[in-house]
Write a protein that binds this ligand. Structure first.
Ligand SMILES: Cc1cc2nc3c(=O)[nH]c(=O)nc-3n(C[C@H](O)[C@H](O)[C@H](O)COP(=O)(O)OP(=O)(O)OC[C@H]3O[C@@H](n4cnc5c(N)ncnc54)[C@H](O)[C@@H]3O)c2cc1C
Length: 570
């Protein structure tokens, strides 16, 4: 039976006890969207499932994406029709059924500068794109706009050479929140979800992988987790886990870094997102609450996987690409946030010890996924896209259970809405009543519904018990203090960065990356977790150090970035 899937950080001891004593059917390594999806896929087939994540849920690539749930218009140009077709169907399933509270339609304006050649070419691409949708059609079809029509929607565009535009629709999501919600939904179907648990070795018996040795990063203790099958969903860490297991997989993962900048909504006057063609790829302006996310880049990477950082050169590249079309250029002072992520691209040609296919640029590597079963009891998956996580999960679970002695049912996740989705239609009209009942502004209820769906009631109950939790966490931002308490009791947050980087997105949305409220977050978390004053100070410091490391912008030409100054926080 499904429960509310609460990941209560106070119950960590019990969770560790279960991992050490129970025998699981499937042990998933990695708590990004692929691992969370795999745990949900397996648990909803009735299997006993555990998931271990070395840091926090979504702390890898799954909180650092462009946050689009899309077919990927540019993959049509690469003739990757299967990927686009599947991704569009997944997009529509998420928007209409699986996660309508989290995955929302968004429009993109594609400005045209070469009237005769471009319009028919892009128009034909969009006809194809729209025709690949399923029958649900939860997002509108594309439209043609004149230059005047384009400027009406996006006055920020420079009218110079503008010949017109196309307007089309995709969808967007808070990637970290979605990943967390998938993991909680898996927990609601009995999966055991553990964070700050690194796999440091695999267990073997009679030639079969039978589990993993796991280090509790909080205590340094090592425990053994037994499972009939182990599934590696470690994104850009996949090759390292294959090495740990001492296996040669049929593919290697090539890392490609993608950087985004965050600017205030007021810096770009447009009522729609925008997509621009760049020399190598595309650049998106993605509406994000009171901000725009602008990116991305696509460059080979071989640095520290855990902390990919943006360079000055990355930021300058994005500003220059954006400014090619804007009437009022974006300047460094507009940039209030920067983040970098690593795409786990599959280089199938480099598997089995062969040399990496280094010549191919990462923009051209396929975004399709690859599943491998290098030894009995072990399956691994890499590549793919956030959008297609459900299909990736289905495929890798199918592979992992293929040699089980008993029959395992097929995937049912197409019919399993994520937590917070069920009953949404009946809660949305009740915003006014909920605001009155809980004594919070209407905008606060709307904010909670957009982040938690019907689970918003659980957050509001905390406010009912302590009215001070109904106050905003940071001035000028919609998050409530109750969301910090909820992150501990229901969302497995163990450290300040879990709350500021992923449960909320203040790390990318606030000019000081949330540094000014780090101590307040430590105090709110410290209450349920029983932190001493010294521990609260240490947790605050840890966050400030992290912010400094991730936002220092090492650099190519080290121009100081005024909008990124952390001085206010100290
Ligand atoms: C810049 C950028 C933009 C993108 N934009 C989009 C987009 O708009 N739409 C889209 O569909 N896709 C997008 N993607 C792709 C998408 O984000 C990724 O495909 C997806 O997030 C990968 O998820 P994952 O779970 O495979 O990897 P990750 O999220 O990295 O998860 C892997 C996890 O494994 C854990 N791990 C590693 N080793 C161990 C170990 N030994 N023990 C335990 N845990 C371990 C890591 O800590 C990590 O949390 C983008 C990617 C990037 C980089």
């Amino acid at each position: 039976m499904a429960s509310n899937g609460a990941l209560d950080a106070r119950d960590r001891g019990a969770m560790l006890g279960r991992l050490a004593t129970e025998r699981f059917d499937v042990l998933v390594i990695g708590g990004g969207v692929t691992g969370a999806g795999t745990a949900l896929d397996a648990a909803s087939r009735g299997l006993r499932v555990a998931l271990v994540e070395a840091r926090d849920l979504a702390s890898g690539t799954s909180s650092r994406s462009s946050k689009l749930i899309h077919g990927g218009l540019r993959y049509l140009e690469q003739f990757d029709f299967k990927l686009v077709y599947e991704a569009l169907r997944e997009r529509d399933l998420l928007v209409s059924k699986l996660a309508p509270h989290l995955v929302k339609p968004v429009s993109f304006l594609y400005p045209l500068y070469k009237k005769v050649v471009e319009r028919p070419y892009v128009g034909a691409g969009l006809v194809l794109y729209d025709s690949m949708e399923g029958t649900r059609r939860p997002v509108p079809r594309h439209r043609h706009l004149s230059a005047r029509g384009a400027l009406k929607r996006a006055p920020a565009l420079s009218p110079d050479r503008l010949a017109g535009a196309m307007l089309y629709y995709d969808a967007q999501v808070d990637d970290a929140r979605h990943t967390l919600t998938v993991a909680r939904t898996a927990a609601a179907h009995s999966a055991v979800i553990g964070t700050r648990l690194s796999v440091v070795g695999l267990l073997r018996s009679a030639g079969r992988v039978t589990g993993a040795r796991v280090c509790d990063e909080e205590s340094g203790r090592v425990l053994e987790v037994s499972a009939e099958a182990v599934v590696i969903c470690a994104g850009v860490w996949t090759d390292l886990v294959h090495e740990l297991a001492g296996v040669q997989a049929g593919y290697k993962v090539r890392m490609s870094k993608g950087v985004h900048i965050v600017v205030p909504r007021s810096a770009v006057d447009s009522d729609t997102g925008m997509i621009l063609r760049t020399e190598k790829s595309v650049l998106f302006f993605i509406p994000w609450g009171e901000h725009w996310i602008v990116g991305t880049t696509d460059t080979d990477f071989d640095g520290d996987r855990a902390e990919p950082v943006a360079t000055e050169e990355d930021v300058e590249y994005i500003l220059a690409a954006a400014n090619r079309v804007l009437a009022r250029p974006l300047i460094r002072a507009d940039v209030i946030g920067v983040y970098a992520g690593l795409r786990p691209l599959v280089d199938a040609a480099a598997g089995n010890g062969a040399k990496p296919a280094g010549a191919k640029p990462t923009t051209k590597l396929s975004r399709e996924h690859v599943v491998d079963t290098p030894v009995p009891g072990l399956a691994s998956i890499a590549g793919g896209k956030f959008t297609t996580y459900r299909l990736m999960a289905r495929d890798v679970v199918d592979a992992a259970v293929a040699d089980f002695a008993r029959e395992v049912p097929g995937s049912v996740t197409e019919q399993v809405p994520l937590l917070g989705a069920d009953g949404l239609a009946a809660v949305q009209p009740a915003v006014g009543r909920l605001a009155e009942d809980y004594g919070v502004p209407r905008a606060a209820v709307e904010h909670l519904l957009a982040r938690y769906g019907t689970l918003a009631a659980e957050v509001l109950e905390l406010v009912k018990g302590d009215a001070a939790l109904g106050r905003p966490l940071a001035p000028g931002h919609p998050y409530l203090r109750a969301e910090v308490a909820y992150a501990v009791s229901h969302e497995g947050a163990l450290h300040v960065e879990d709350v500021l980087m992923r449960r909320t997105r203040l790390f990318i949305e606030a000019a000081d990356a949330g540094a000014a409220v780090a101590a307040e977050v430590a105090a709110l978390m410290g209450r349920p977790l029983g932190w001493s004053r010294r521990r609260r100070a240490a947790e605050t410091r840890r966050y400030l150090d992290l912010v400094e490391a991730e936002r220092a912008l090492p650099a190519v030409d080290s121009v100081p970035a005024p909008g990124l100054a952390l001085a206010a926080a100290r």
